[in-house]
Design a protein around this ligand. Structure first.
Ligand SMILES: *Cc1c(COP(=O)(O)O)cnc(C)c1O
Length: 426
């Protein structure tokens, strides 16, 4: 089969009117897969654009997008073409050799951000691990700190490896996994006095703060945007002290907020930032970016077997180029406004249930009142029954992170379903 025939076949929409044939048995699944996830009782097997179908043939509007990951939705023709092209050409060799696709993707990121250099890995946690290692080496070799401490925020989320659950300021992710990685210290988010106090407190003997790691908007922690004045003051403190400012852009980067990077909302540039979720449009990839002055790694000091292979980089580059070519950031801004506006109207309708609506672009949270029994999980289940997929961000916050290609009509449908789910739950 020629490449073109293959691509033509692959890009023909397969999913319209899809009828599933295989019943899915959760019991069989649970016998062989570790139960590390609390799963909803459906199995998804097909997708197209912002819609997915379960194994019973039921259609859903997907406002989860693989947790803020499938930026171009499902089965986007540009991704199908890129995956097909790349697997036929070359998918994986090793970082023993130069990988042109990796260079092209790094060039795209450098041209579209404040960074000078990129390192590629396979996930958000790994990107943050790379940033933590870079920060420690920078502190040892450039700041002469023998015991560098990294400040992170309460209610943050940075991943599930040992170092990144330690960085994550939420005890529920750390419970039972002691001993944690030393060298982290937590502060409340958006509180500049707490940062100043922590820097003073940590500074004794061999130990001092070497880096501050924060999300521009806390995603898992409840969709909480960073405060502009706070981040600007942080930048000043870091400039004065030499402390590295690291942003975790894993969830908010790559156009999710209507700007390419979350830090653009804050008017400050980080020294180091990480990306993953949206970067590959659903293909597993992570990246750590830094400015020239803190590019301290030497050959052999950090590595990943799969990191930055031709397959993921070729596909991620196509995702990046498609974001630009199809003017998707503009859609994110407009659809984001529409969604927040609609959610605010729903919040007004249910003032005893809904506390607040907040977010940037297409990452939005609707927080339920603390003093009622209703949880975000209850609303997620009710919405799922009516054909809308949502994900909580903590027990009381509903998170809306649809594909960035979502249409105005799909936003309206989602809003109607949320309204009707809320009405049923009263
Ligand atoms: C999801 C997420 C991570 C972890 O990414 P993985 O790919 O699951 O390792 C880290 N930081 C933030 C802000 C995230 O949202």
């Amino acid at each position: 089969m020629s490449i073109q025939t293959f691509v033509d076949q692959a890009t023909t929409p397969l999913n319209s009117g899809y009828v599933a044939s295989t019943p899915f048995e959760a019991d069989n699944f649970n016998q062989v897969v570790m139960s590390t996830y609390g799963r909803f009782p459906i199995a998804l097997e097909r997708g197209e654009g912002c819609r997915v179908w379960d194994t019973n043939g039921k259609e859903y509007l997907d406002f989860v997008a693989g947790i803020a990951t499938c930026t171009l939705g499902h089965a986007h023709p540009a991704m199908v073409e890129a995956v097909t092209r790349q697997i036929q050409k070359l998918h994986h060799v090793s970082n023993l050799y130069y990988i042109p696709e990796q260079g092209e993707l790094a060039k795209w990121i450098v041209q579209h951000s404040c960074a000078d250099k990129a390192f590629f890995c396979n996930s958000g946690a790994e990107a943050n691990e790379a940033a933590i290692k870079l920060a420690r080496k920078y502190a040892h070799t450039k700041l002469n700190i023998d015991y560098p401490v990294i400040l992170t925020a309460n209610a943050s989320f940075h991943g599930r490896t040992l170092a990144t659950i330690t960085a994550t300021g939420q005890p529920k992710y750390q419970k039972d996994f002691n001993p944690l990685v030393p060298g982290f210290h937590y502060v409340p988010y958006n509180d500049i006095q707490a940062i100043e106090a922590a820097i003073a407190e940590v500074d004794q003997g061999d130990s001092a703060v070497g880096a501050i790691l924060l999300e521009p908007l806390q995603g898992e922690g409840g969709v909480r945007p960073g405060d502009v004045a706070y981040f600007q003051k942080l930048r000043e403190i870091c400039d004065q002290t030499g402390i590295l400012l690291i942003f975790d852009e894993v969830q908010v980067g790559m156009g999710r907020t209507g700007k390419m990077w979350g830090y653009e909302y804050l008017g400050v540039e980080p020294d180091v930032f990480t990306s993953a979720k949206g970067l590959g449009g659903g293909i597993p990839i992570g990246a750590m970016m830094c400015k020239e002055f803190c590019d301290v790694f030497q050959p052999g000091e950090h590595a990943s077997t799969f990191g930055g292979n031709a397959f993921v980089c070729g596909v991620a580059l196509t995702v990046c180029q498609t974001l630009e070519k199809e003017n998707i950031l503009e859609n994110v801004q407009q659809r984001g406004e529409q969604l927040r506006h609609g959610l605010q109207a729903i919040a007004k309708k249910y003032p005893n249930q809904i506390a607040e609506v907040r977010g940037w672009g297409l990452i939005n949270g609707m927080e339920l009142k603390a003093d009622i029994e209703l949880t975000a999980g209850d609303v997620v289940k009710a919405a799922m029954d009516e054909g809308l997929l949502l994900v909580p961000a903590g027990p009381k916050v509903l998170r809306f992170v649809p594909p960035l290609i979502v249409s105005a009509a799909q936003i309206d449908t989602a809003l109607q379903i949320v309204d009707s789910a809320m009405a049923k739950l009263l």
